[in-house]
Design a binder for this molecule. Structure first.
Ligand SMILES: [Zn+2]
Length: 545
């Protein structure tokens, strides 16, 4: 009876207490695993250690039905979405690269020609900043809320994966320059690298990792979740004959570091600088919550090169699991268990190799964009007598030649109609969205929502289209690529762990753009200024007053 009363009392105790502003974590650690599909939590579950992914799942809160809410599932939009709490239609990062009507060229999502690289002596061509982002980030709002007494640091191998997470007011945004082997930043933030980053670079860790051969963590016969080591669906390092273990990471023909990100050592290197940032910047040491954004790019590079069913991919996750376990122990020691909050998600997922699927009778081809574009232009030329009416056809969108619609020339709506009719006859194309001519939008339901959430009118095409499931946007016979917004691309992990989070899970739909609103609520701060997400429901907090 006494036990029952205690149980009732304790349950009531937890649910009746409201969080006060003093209940905030000392540190928020945002972890993004690039290309981590949701099922990787379970595909390799039996081989994970107790302290890595299993610790986050078993002792944290697992959003099992967590998706991206837009179609172009790529790294730039993914990271922007996680940290701004909204979709490309608002934050403006519509894809990794988009066509700029004003500049009449393709622009890169993190490019900024007004800034220079800092710390990249051999690669002055890096011009990167968050300037293309239209809204504030979680870290920006945290700094605004605490009058900049909170610190925000972002680290990753990829520039876009540190720049968008750390936002505009970042205290440090560092990414890997594969030419020099340095972690670098931009004059957008500072004119010189902090002494600790310079010293980190002087340790020449990438040089040491390059020399380290990649062998499997476990005996190779135990990788029964994956394809054989030498499979026809894998790409390979350019200097290797076959995609088999043990891999030499270093390309003997040059001194650069281009293969390092496509190996598990890229994750090791990322954690080395994450740890150093935490210590040197004294994150999580005072009453003002800090944010450390860590993004692991190597799982994506490995996935692209070797594919999602490769032993290389499995080995990368098994090693990342061990490294995460170490990192959590490091946080326990440096910040204190229960004092830090972790969220883990991914910037997108990935399909299986298209040829692998076709060989097993699920026959889908790559959607060969250039071929469709050529046939479309021929068709429109035949109908309207104007050549190359569609100069840009990429990323599931197309742009018309605007000059063709000047007064007295072609009727825009007729060209749009003919284009949509042509597209719908292509076996790989499912449906269309024409934002300025809704009567030609043939997508409905989820497909339409995903494309519309990707549409930012200053950067998006005149017509957006969805591929049929299973098709790829590019010719990718080896390895995999992503970006088409189906289940395999949109369904990614979302785990909250630590601080006062009580273990649990939900199967209710959650979206990646809910993360920022959820964390902002716990921090008692404003969500980012363009936020369209809502705090995830049902996560219990163990509050004791
Ligand atoms: Zn990728």
């Amino acid at each position: 009876m006494r036990i029952l009363l205690c149980v009732l009392f304790c349950i009531g105790h937890f649910s009746l207490l409201a969080q006060t502003p003093n209940d905030r974590p000392k540190l928020v650690v945002g972890i993004v695993v690039d290309q981590m599909r949701y099922d990787y939590l379970y595909r390799y579950w039996d081989k994970y250690s107790a302290g890595g992914f299993k610790r986050l799942v078993n002792q944290g809160f697992n959003c099992r039905n967590n998706h991206y809410g837009y179609a172009f599932t790529e790294t730039g939009p993914g990271h922007a979405t996680i940290y701004t709490g909204t979709t490309p239609s608002v934050h403006g990062i519509v894809s990794n690269n988009w066509y700029s009507r004003a500049l009449e060229r393709i622009v890169y999502c993190a490019e900024d020609t007004t800034v220079q690289a800092v710390g990249a002596p051999t690669n002055p061509g890096l011009h990167m900043s968050p300037r293309n982002l239209q809204v504030t980030t979680l870290g920006d709002e945290l700094k605004l809320a605490t009058n900049h007494r909170s610190k925000v640091i972002g680290v990753s191998l990829k520039d876009r994966s540190s720049i968008f997470p750390a936002g505009f007011f970042s205290d440090g945004t560092y990414w890997f320059d594969s030419k020099s082997g340095n972690f670098v930043t931009s004059t957008f933030y500072t004119q010189t690298l902090p002494a600790w980053v310079q010293q980190f670079n002087e340790r020449k860790l990438p040089q040491a990792y390059l020399e380290k051969p990649w062998t499997t963590l476990l005996p190779i016969a135990q990788y029964s979740e994956s394809d054989p080591d030498d499979s026809p669906y894998e790409g390979k390092y350019s200097h290797e004959e076959k995609p088999v273990f043990p891999h030499a990471i270093k390309d003997p023909r040059n001194r650069e570091f281009q293969n390092l990100p496509s190996s598990p050592w890229g994750n090791s290197l990322t954690l080395e600088i994450a740890r150093e940032a935490l210590v040197q910047e004294k994150l999580g040491q005072d009453q003002f919550t800090d944010l450390l954004a860590v993004s692991f790019s190597s799982p994506d590079y490995v996935g692209h090169l070797f594919g999602t069913s490769s032993i290389e991919a499995e080995d990368t996750y098994l090693r990342l699991d061990l490294e995460l376990a170490d990192f959590l122990k490091f946080l326990d020691t440096k910040v204190g268990e229960g004092q830090y909050l972790v969220f883990l998600s991914a910037d997108h997922g990935a399909p299986y190799n298209t040829q692998y699927m076709s060989d097993r009778k699920y026959v889908k081809q790559m959607a060969l964009g250039p071929m469709i574009q050529e046939k479309l232009n021929e068709h429109l030329h035949h109908l309207f007598g104007v050549e190359k009416l569609v100069p840009i056809f990429r990323e599931q969108e197309l742009f018309f030649r605007e000059s063709a619609f000047r007064p007295g020339r072609l009727e825009r709506s007729e060209v749009e109609r003919a284009t949509v009719e042509f597209l719908l006859k292509q076996p790989s194309l499912a449906c269309t969205v024409v934002p300025t001519n809704q009567s030609l939008s043939t997508c409905s339901g989820l497909r339409r929502n995903l494309l519309e959430a990707n549409y930012y009118h200053k950067r998006s095409g005149d017509i957006l289209y969805s591929l049929e499931p299973g098709y790829l946007n590019y010719n990718y016979p080896k390895g995999v690529t992503h970006g088409v917004g189906y289940e395999y691309d949109t369904h990614v992990p979302l785990l909250f762990y630590g601080w006062k989070i009580m273990p649990g899970s939900t199967k209710a739909p959650t979206y990646v753009h809910d993360i920022a609103a959820t964390v902002a609520d716990w921090l008692c701060i404003n969500p980012p200024n363009g936020s369209t997400g809502t705090p995830v429901q049902g996560i219990g907090l163990s509050l004791k007053h």
